[in-house]
Ligand binder design. Structure first.
Ligand SMILES: [Zn+2]
Length: 467
């Protein structure tokens, strides 16, 4: 076979080739998830495709240079507005592709309002394996986690059915465009994107669906940010139409917390940090990127329940407070510990209960908390968290009041922003300088393999230490 005929044969064998890039928008305005914040795109798009996220109200999103919109179930507290629904319809009629990944749930996912307009209903009936691909997916291997089935009007083409012939993935034409709906269980879900299940057929499906809308690959395809801002003291609060009802309540919590954080840490947030607070449409947590903290609007049943929100905001704020050097080993636990200290100062009983429960879990693994080294890469998570709380409680009891503040102040004073790393050896050196006592052997007695020879922050140059 000559090279030319080989190429010709390959071209005939593959599905309609398209060189057009995908410009996708992963919508996280109706429901935030870490997975949709870039992981989906890493799993299912090609290197040359470009994904951006929509953080703002969906109906205001500029879709002129996008050809794929990706939606999930949505949070039941943020219904799709009529304007959003019309916006999606326009996009489809213009040739755009919309992928909806969802399953039946209680309460019913808001995206069912969109699907209903096109004759698709989410059924409570669970999927029964094995699954079977139809049409272009007839020879495909299908990996499935779990999920529910669909009921579809005749306009739809089922692409995957379960053992009872119930559809779980289907597509239909809408105007020039294509609407694809499938169970969430057909797609990856790991935050580190390490499970790109079904990528070998998901990717071609998306490429083909998006091909009917021309985009200009050289023109901008940019992220859309939450469109409302509100200045509250030193903080800019960011939200969209759907999260607007929660923004004020969350800011009130932050205002209550901030004086406690200042007292507990004894310092202001690190320079340039904690300037913005973004309200996320989720009950599922938050994140900190240093200058910005993002807070799930309904975390822990907020606003009915207050303590979890206090702990979360203080946790994310602490991530900004410890910078420019994240804490070694206990960067996550210290953030929650400080959240608990804030909760305790606000007389919220859950703070102490949660702390004690975690210390008990650590004691179940290491009864005297003297054996397992939290610095060991295989140290169990519960041990690291519980031992962290225990150590801080001991430090406060022995070197308080305000041991944490002494530590933060010493860290700011002695660790330069340009220092290439900040290890547990450095951390204990700073604790020693903060308290005025050599704490290396004390930490070693609790199993930490810290070594004063492995840090240039110890001993101090001056006479900081008690004779
Ligand atoms: Zn965290």
């Amino acid at each position: 076979m000559t090279y030319t005929t080989l190429l010709l044969t390959l071209a005939l064998l593959s599905p309609v080739p398209t060189t057009q890039r995908i410009h996708s928008v992963s919508d996280i305005s109706q429901q935030f998830s870490f997975y949709m914040d870039g992981r989906f795109a890493r799993q299912y798009l090609r290197d040359e495709d470009r994904d951006v996220r929509n953080w703002g109200s969906l109906h205001k999103l500029d879709l002129s240079n996008a050809n794929l919109l990706i939606l999930t179930s949505g949070n039941y507290r943020v219904p799709y507005t009529e304007a959003a629904s019309k916006h999606i319809a326009h996009f489809l009629h213009d040739g755009g592709a919309v992928l909806v990944m969802t399953d039946w749930d209680d309460p019913i996912p808001p995206v069912t309002a969109i699907l209903g307009e096109y004759g698709a209903t989410l059924l409570k009936t669970r999927v029964t394996k094995p699954l079977k691909g139809l049409h272009e997916l007839s020879d495909c291997e299908i990996t499935f986690r779990r999920g529910s089935t669909l009921q579809l009007s005749d306009d739809w083409t089922p692409l995957i059915i379960d053992a009872n012939e119930k559809p779980i993935l289907a597509k239909r034409a809408v105007g020039q465009g294509t609407l694809v709906v499938g169970s969430r269980g057909l797609f990856g879900h790991k935050p580190d994107a390490s499970d790109p299940i079904n990528a070998e057929w998901v990717q071609p499906l998306l490429i083909q669906a998006a091909a009917t809308k021309k985009i200009d690959p050289d023109a901008p395809h940019r992220r859309t940010w939450a469109e409302h801002t509100h200045q509250s003291g030193p903080l800019i609060v960011e939200y969209h139409d759907g999260t607007q009802p929660m923004a004020a309540a969350i800011v009130d919590v932050y205002k209550d917390i901030r004086p406690h954080l200042l007292e507990i840490t004894g310092v202001e947030p690190a320079p340039g940090m904690l300037k913005r607070l973004l309200v996320l449409p989720t009950g599922g947590g938050g994140f900190s990127s240093g200058a910005r903290i993002a807070i799930g609007a309904w975390w822990g049943g907020f606003p009915e329940h207050r303590y979890p929100m206090v702990e979360l905001i203080a946790h994310e704020a602490t991530h900004s407070w410890v910078l420019p050097h994240p804490e070694p080993v206990w960067n996550e636990p210290i953030a929650t510990y400080i959240g608990m200290l804030v909760g305790r100062r606000m007389q919220l009983a859950q703070a102490t209960q949660r702390m004690q429960a975690q210390i008990d879990k650590a004691r179940a693994l290491d009864p005297d908390l003297t054996v397992i080294d939290p610095m060991d890469k295989d140290a169990p998570r519960h041990l690291i968290w519980g031992k962290t709380y225990f150590i801080f409680e001991q430090l406060e009891a022995t070197h308080g009041p305000g041991a944490i503040a002494k530590y933060f102040q010493a860290k700011r004073a002695h660790v330069s922003a340009t220092r290439p790393s900040y290890t547990m050896h450095d951390c204990v050196a700073i604790w020693s300088r903060a308290t005025g006592e050599d704490l290396f052997s004390w930490f070693q007695s609790y199993g930490f393999s810290v070594d004063p020879k492995k840090t240039n922050l110890w001993p101090p140059e001056s006479d900081e230490i008690k004779p």
